[in-house]
Design a protein around this ligand. Structure first.
Ligand SMILES: [Zn+2]
Ligand SMILES: [Zn+2]
Length: 143
């Protein structure tokens, strides 16, 4: 699932009806290689060094197109920044309080498809966010 060949990325964009410009290919490639749910700011910072022509607006617009066409999902963690996720299968997230990084983790065993909701409510999905400390931060806390 990582390191897709460039033509596969182009194909994926075309299948979704997105014109595969160099910068769109670069941004989707970045998202497929960086599974830590980067924000558009982070994507811009990391890619700007490779392509100085790339603007924040291009990153922002591209991510919105990818979102619109269902190639990425957005993840709200309550820190007021949208994080982007190329893993579209149902999964849970773990966010470290200290370094703020986000990992994909397996969905805990729960009644995802049948949560106990009040009568008449309709569920369209479940988002699970586990918070805590990653192993690196946990180690540095226990001095
Ligand atoms: Zn951490
Ligand atoms: Zn994820």
């Amino acid at each position: 699932m990582t390191n897709l060949a460039k033509d596969e990325i182009i194909k994926r964009l075309q299948q979704a009806g997105i014109k595969p410009t160099t910068q769109r290919v670069m941004i989707l490639d970045y998202l497929l290689r960086n599974l830590d749910h980067p924000s558009s700011e982070k994507i811009f910072q990391d890619l700007h060094s490779q392509d100085s022509v790339l603007s924040k607006a291009t990153v922002y617009n591209t991510v919105n197109i990818l979102l619109d066409k269902g190639l990425v999902a957005v993840l709200e963690t309550g820190d007021e920044v949208a994080h982007y996720d190329v893993e579209l299968h149902e999964h849970a997230h773990f966010q470290c309080h200290s370094c703020r990084k986000i990992w994909n983790v397996a969905l805990p065993d729960m009644e995802v498809n049948n949560p106990s909701l009040p009568e008449g409510f309709i569920s369209t999905g479940v988002q699970v966010l586990v918070k805590g400390y990653c192993v690196d931060c946990a180690n540095s806390l226990q001095v």
